[in-house]
Design a protein around this ligand. Structure first.
Ligand SMILES: Nc1ncnc2c1ncn2[C@@H]1O[C@H](COP(=O)(O)OP(=O)(O)OP(=O)(O)O)[C@@H](O)[C@H]1O
Ligand SMILES: [Mg+2]
Length: 467
């Protein structure tokens, strides 16, 4: 069986996420189940197996989104993260939930396209190179004396040679010889700055366009269809240095070589079989009955999401997408609403519930130091560019973690996000007066942390706003 085992997935997640074992395990299993399901191949039961969707519950800033973000990078499955609050019920102005699936497909298209591009790249590069040589040889673009000389010299030197041998001019062989010379010059990078005239489509590939504005997809597709037939794509002549021309021509050759139907088909298949949609802030659309209020559309959004999760067909400009096997991971803090405030049908569609834990002082210490992208590593790297050697002692890290715990209990609990603001404040002085610290070592120990935070910690109001 291909792909990472659940254990391996958790190990990879461990590199970035501290604790939250249960959540990591759940997403790892859910992912593996899809691989297992696909491995069933022709077995009729395959169609019957539906993803076990997950709800991640837990306070703010403990890693819910971070787990999803890392998962996305880890598995090569199409993945998008959306915020439940961004959608409105069908019939109201706003984004409808089906656009999630369209966005997911767009992501898959990008992925598949990139893979296909890799395969034809070499061929496209060769074709582009030949086109550049054609332009150079044709001499059409000769503008400067230097250019003219280059080609003329080449031709006359051949002509000279030829006179000694035969009378008959050997056009083809001559041209081959000239091409060879240009090819070598190009390979040596001697002609990079030389300008040539090329013809390229005025606008970039239409597919790239759409992906940049997924929300605009439908309007745009209609416009393209309507206009595209009326006005054939304009070609514009451009005069650009060869280094630029090469890029444009490769792109154009690539468009010719890519089989867009195959890409579409593969992307749809991958979206249907492997897609993952992460719905953040799901608790924010779980309206509590007791709270009442005029917010009719929240429940409406839940009702709209339901068919997607249950399995439906979504129309996209690239074709129909079945959502039966798309994995949904929902997440929310659930400190006001609880999972049972979601409409029952939706609750039932998310059978796996994992509770993420509040982070402790020790977790904070690890978060500060262990992950590959740990904050202390980031600051070290940043300041090293100005020749400042930043060091953190264990008691310094401990103190920062203590302050974070204290602030989280005194004020609003922002979880690990608190570490960002505290560390920023601790390092504000060095960051600002960096020129004075160049070539020096700065050690952040307990005393240093206390000194930097002294004023803020003393003043309750100040600490609320700054840390
Ligand atoms: N368990 C953890 N391990 C490592 N870093 C973490 C962890 N939890 C949080 N962080 C850090 O805190 C930041 C915020 O976490 P994240 O975005 O996952 O919060 P969240 O749980 O989604 O909160 P919210 O409910 O507010 O969306 C992350 O970018 C990450 O740097
Ligand atoms: Mg989040």
């Amino acid at each position: 069986m291909e792909g990472l085992t659940p254990k391996e997935i958790v190990q990879k997640l461990d590199e970035f996420i501290i604790g939250q074992e249960e959540a990591k395990k759940a997403v790892a299993i859910a992912l593996r189940n899809r691989v297992r399901r696909l491995a069933l191949g022709e077995d009729p039961i395959q169609e019957e197996i539906h993803p076990k969707n997950i709800i991640m519950m837990g306070p703010t800033g403990v890693g819910k989104t971070e787990i999803a973000r890392r998962l996305a990078k880890l598995v090569k499955a199409p993945f998008i993260k959306v915020e439940a609050t961004k959608y409105t019920e069908v019939g109201y102005v706003g984004r409808d939930v089906e656009s999630m699936v369209r966005d997911l497909l767009n992501y898959a298209l990008k992925m598949v396209r990139a893979e296909h591009e890799k395969k034809v790249r070499e061929k496209a590069e060769k074709a582009a190179e030949e086109r550049i040589i054609n332009i150079l040889v044709s001499g059409e673009d000769k503008e400067t004396e230097e250019d003219k000389d280059l080609l003329d010299n080449l031709l006359s030197s051949i002509a000279g040679k030829k006179k000694d041998q035969e009378e008959e001019p050997q056009q083809e062989e001559d041209m081959e010889y000239v091409r060879k010379i240009f090819r070598t010059k190009l390979a040596n990078g001697d002609l990079e700055d030389r300008e040539i005239k090329i013809n390229v489509p005025a606008s970039k590939g239409l597919s790239m366009h759409i992906m940049a504005f997924p929300g605009m997809e439908d309007i745009e597709s209609q416009m393209q269809n309507a206009l595209g037939d009326l006005f054939p794509k304009k070609k514009a002549e451009k005069k650009v240095p060869i280094r630029e021309a090469r890029k444009l021509l490769i792109e154009e050759e690539m468009e010719k070589l890519l089989d867009f139907d195959a890409i579409k088909e593969e992307a749809i298949e991958r979206t249907e079989q492997n897609g993952i949609i992460f719905i953040d802030e799901i608790d924010k659309i779980a309206a509590r009955a007791s709270k009442g209020g005029p917010d009719v559309s929240r429940e409406g959004v839940q009702r709209d999401i339901l068919p997607l999760v249950e399995g439906t067909t979504v129309n996209t400009r690239h074709g129909q997408v079945r959502t039966d096997h798309i994995l949904f991971i929902a997440a929310g803090a659930f400190h006001v609403a609880s999972v049972s405030d979601l409409i029952p049908e939706l609750q039932g569609r998310f059978p796996l519930r994992v509770q993420l834990k509040a982070l402790t002082k020790n977790d904070f210490m690890e978060i500060l130091t262990r992950p590959k992208n740990a904050l202390t590593k980031q600051y070290k790297a940043l300041l090293s560019t100005e020749n400042i050697a930043l060091e953190f002692t264990t008691d310094g890290i401990e103190r920062i973690a203590e302050v974070a715990v204290e602030m989280n209990s005194k004020h609003e609990n922002t979880g690990a996000r608190r570490l960002h603001t505290i560390l920023e404040k601790v390092l504000e002085h060095v960051s600002f007066y960096s020129d004075e610290f160049a070539g020096k070592e700065v050690t952040v120990d307990r005393k240093y942390v206390d000194d930097q935070l002294k004023d803020v910690l003393q003043d309750n109001d100040l600490s609320r706003y700054i840390l």
